[in-house]
Design a protein around this ligand. Structure first.
Ligand code: PMV
Length: 309
C-alpha cells in the first residue's frame, strides 16, 4: 500500500490577472489536505477508483475520457512508462472543500500522481508532478494559468508568472491569515470565461486593471519580504477593489470581507476565482480570534487560521 498527500492552497494576490501574464502570489495551506492510497488488486481487476467524498467507485476503463481522475492516472502511468493494464485500487479522500478556491482539484490530482509514482518505485520531481497536474487542471478550468498545480506540487509560497521560470518565495516574517468559506461553490471556469469576454469587449480597460493588479502583487512581495504587515493589508484591500471592477466578487464575499475588517483585520480580499468560495483576511495574534468570530457571525461556513511561513 502506498499513501501520499497534497496540501490545499490560497492565492494571496493576482488571481485572474495571472491568466493574462501578470504575477500572482500563492501559498500552500497545510491545514487542508487531499490523500491518495494505491493498493495492489487481484489480477484482472483493472484500475479501480474509489473517490470516498464523492461516493464514487468505478473502473477507470468505464469512466468517460475527460474524467479528471482517469486523465490524471493515465498521464501519470504514461509518464512512468507503465502500461495502462494495471491491477490496482486507488482510494481518494480530501478535507479540502470542492470548488471553493482552495485548490481541491489540483491537490487531489497531486496526491494521486505522488501515490502512483511512489507505488511504482519512481518518485517524481515537483516540476514533473506539476506538469502532469496541469493537464488535469485544463479539464477543470479551461485556460488555467498553472498557479494551482505549481504551488501545490512545490509545497512552497510562489511568485508565479505564467510561462516563466518559477520563483519560490521566501517568507522571512511569518504572518497569519484567516480563511473563510462563503459556502457557495466558486465556478472558476465561469468566472474566468466572463472576465475573458469582458476583456475582449474592452481590452484597454481590462489591461489597465490587470496592470494595476500586477503592480500591487509586486509590491506585496516586497511587503512580505520586509515584514511590512500593515502595508500588506492595504495592498490586499486595493487588490479587492480591482477584483470588484473585474466583477468577480459577490455580496456573500463582500459581507465576509466587511466583517473581517470590522473585526480588526489589516486587509481582506477574495481568494481564487471569486463569485463564491473563500476570502482571506490578514490578522495578527491579537485580532485572529475576534476576526474569526466576526466571520462566523457573518455566515462563514468554515474559518481556518493559518500561518504563512
Ligand atoms: O479558483 P481557484 O482557486 O482555482 O483559482 C483560480 C485562479 C484564477 O486566476 C482565477 C484562474 C487561474 O487559472 O489562475
Amino acid at each position: 500500500m502506498t499513501l501520499a498527500y497534497a496540501s490545499g492552497k490560497a492565492i494571496l494576490f493576482g488571481e485572474h490577472a495571472v491568466v493574462y501574464g501578470r504575477p500572482a502570489i500563492a501559498v500552500p495551506i497545510t491545514e487542508v489536505q487531499a490523500q491518495a492510497i494505491v493498493e495492489d488488486a487481484p489480477s484482472g481487476q483493472g484500475i479501480r477508483i474509489i473517490a470516498q467524498d464523492l461516493h464514487r467507485d468505478y473502473l477507470l476503463r468505464d469512466a468517460p475520457p475527460d474524467d479528471p481522475l482517469r486523465v490524471t492516472v493515465t498521464n501519470t502511468l504514461q509518464h512512468l512508462h507503465r502500461a495502462l493494464e494495471q491491477d490496482i485500487t486507488l482510494t481518494i479522500s480530501s478535507t479540502i472543500p470542492v470548488a471553493c478556491g482552495l485548490g481541491s482539484g489540483a491537490a487531489v490530482a497531486t496526491a494521486v500522481v505522488r501515490a502512483l509514482a511512489r507505488h511504482f518505485g519512481h518518485p517524481l520531481e515537483a516540476d514533473e508532478v506539476s506538469d502532469i497536474v496541469f493537464e488535469t487542471e485544463k479539464l477543470h478550468h479551461g485556460t488555467p494559468s498553472g498557479i494551482d498545480n505549481t504551488v501545490i506540487a512545490f509545497e512552497k509560497p510562489v511568485y508565479f508568472v505564467r510561462d516563466q521560470t518559477l520563483e519560490v518565495f521566501k517568507v522571512s516574517y511569518p504572518f497569519l491569515l484567516a480563511i473563510a468559506d462563503t459556502g457557495i461553490a466558486s465556478p472558476t471556469k465561469i468566472a474566468v470565461g466572463d472576465v475573458r469576454r469582458a476583456w475582449q469587449a474592452d481590452p484597454v480597460k481590462y489591461e489597465e486593471i490587470f496592470d494595476e493588479i500586477g503592480t500591487l502583487t509586486t509590491m506585496a512581495r516586497q511587503a512580505i519580504e520586509s515584514g511590512a504587515t500593515e502595508a500588506l493589508g492595504q495592498l490586499m484591500d486595493a487588490n479587492q477593489r480591482l477584483l470588484r471592477l473585474l466583477k468577480v466578487s459577490s455580496p456573500e464575499l463582500e459581507s465576509l470581507i466587511a466583517a473581517a475588517k470590522q473585526g480588526g483585520a489589516l486587509g481582506a480580499k477574495l481568494s481564487g476565482g471569486g463569485r463564491g468560495g473563500n476570502m482571506i483576511a490578514l490578522v495578527t495574534p491579537q485580532t485572529k480570534d475576534r476576526v474569526s468570530m466576526m466571520l462566523r457571525l457573518a455566515g462563514a461556513k468554515s474559518v481556518i487560521t493559518t500561518e504563512v511561513h
